[in-house]
Ligand binder design. Structure first.
Ligand SMILES: Cc1cc2nc3c(=O)[nH]c(=O)nc-3n(C[C@H](O)[C@H](O)[C@H](O)COP(=O)(O)O)c2cc1C
Length: 358
């Protein structure tokens, strides 16, 4: 039967592949529009997106709104007919303002993780923007779906299930991740599919459930589809593309990473993250890097006690300083061995998946 389009209400993506939002600045309009033009869904990362604005350090909230609007408009110009989303982490301080700005720009889809976006339906009211929470357990899917149903009479337009092999911040504690081989994406996917079923029946509405984390090739995609996913969200693979918005040094650090270089790191967000081992990660194992100036970007972060400023660390890496920067990645960066175009990558993934599904 092959891959079938991903339907999110009236939005139809020809290819059921979502390029995951990668902050800070790794997925902006360049990457997102390229993916959207290939029939997938391109996602701009909203977190600290104003980092290239002149007043980013002094007027952080406004710089981020301005940056977001610019990137959405640029992506739309580059992909007038593609499906574009924005990833806005629930943990950011200016969450509401960022969502409102994206909705005003008529973004097709908002994806929110790093906490459960409890009030998201209210923020997109009277718009055509679709909303999708990211969850890492059946329990989280149940909590958010129940809450939106009860409070807003609204169902998630889509749910993304992110397993333990993902990049960036994870939805599992360090304790849980110690038993990581036992936490399997497909098991969580099944739990979430079971959670949404009664709601789908109640509302006579389909909630596409998307699998994410550690999906590397077309065979992985096919396995997720066979397990009931309506599509996949992938990020690590999209870093090694010409269109990825990060500095070439960032992309090359994926090419040179070995499996042993990929490790968990603590993060001010609260949950651990996954990154490539480099001088910064090594330094943080022995000492903290005091914060001299705080952007007040993350609700859970206390600048007095945080081991380092994650904004500075992520901006360093995306701008090419891969010694002082934090290089987020999923478990699979070590398998990446060349930089390709988004078109080549999408064609390869689709052809491999179709072969497996037919
Ligand atoms: C460099 C990088 C940055 C990321 N930044 C974000 C982010 O800002 N917000 C978010 O929700 N997820 C973020 N993620 C997670 C991805 O969107 C995605 O769900 C996950 O990495 C998928 O797993 P994969 O990389 O193995 O394909 C990031 C991942 C990477 C690799």
């Amino acid at each position: 039967m092959g891959l079938t389009p991903l339907k999110i209400g009236n939005l139809v993506a020809k290819i059921p592949i979502i390029q995951g939002g990668m902050g800070i600045g790794v997925s902006l309009s360049g990457l997102a529009s390229a993916v959207a033009n290939e029939g997938g869904i391109g996602v701009i990362a909203g977190v600290q997106i104003g980092f290239r604005e002149h007043d980013f350090k002094t007027n952080n909230d406004e710089a981020n709104i301005r940056g977001l609007v610019k990137e959405i408009r640029r992506a739309r110009e580059l992909s007038p007919n593609g499906i574009l989303g924005v990833n806005i982490m629930f943990a950011v301080n200016n969450y509401k303002e960022m969502v409102v700005a994206a909705v005003k720009e008529k973004i097709d889809l908002i994806i929110s993780g790093a906490g459960l976006p409890k009030n998201l339906p209210e923020l997109v009211k009277d718009s055509t923007t679709k909303i999708a929470p990211i969850v890492s357990s059946g329990k989280a899917a149940s909590v958010i779906t129940k809450l939106w149903d009860r409070k807003y009479n609204y169902l998630p337009d889509m749910i993304i299930v992110e397993g333990p092999e993902a990049g960036g911040h994870l939805g599992f504690s360090l304790e849980e991740l110690k038993t990581y081989p036992q936490i399997v994406l497909k098991d969580i996917l099944k739990e979430v599919l079971d959670v949404v079923k009664p709601y789908e029946e109640k509302y006579n509405k389909k909630i596409p459930v998307i699998a994410a984390g550690g999906i590397y090739d077309g065979q992985d995609i096919a396995e997720c589809i066979k397990a009931g996913a309506a599509g996949v969200q992938m990020s690590t693979r999209f870093v090694a593309t010409e269109e990825c918005d990060a500095h070439m040094n960032f992309k090359e650090s994926y090419l040179s990473a070995t499996e042993e270089d990929i490790q968990l790191v603590k993060s001010p967000v609260g949950m651990p993250g996954r990154a490539i081992r480099n001088p910064l990660v090594e330094k943080l194992e022995n000492e903290d890097i005091p914060v001299t100036r705080c952007y007040q970007c993350l609700r859970p972060c206390n600048p007095k006690t945080t081991p380092y400023c994650i904004s500075d660390a992520l901006i360093n890496s995306v701008e090419g300083d891969i010694e002082k920067g934090l290089i987020f990645t999923g478990t699979n960066a070590f398998r990446v061995d060349k930089i390709v175009t988004v078109k080549e990558l999408m064609e390869e993934l689709v052809s491999e998946a179709n072969k497996e599904l037919n």
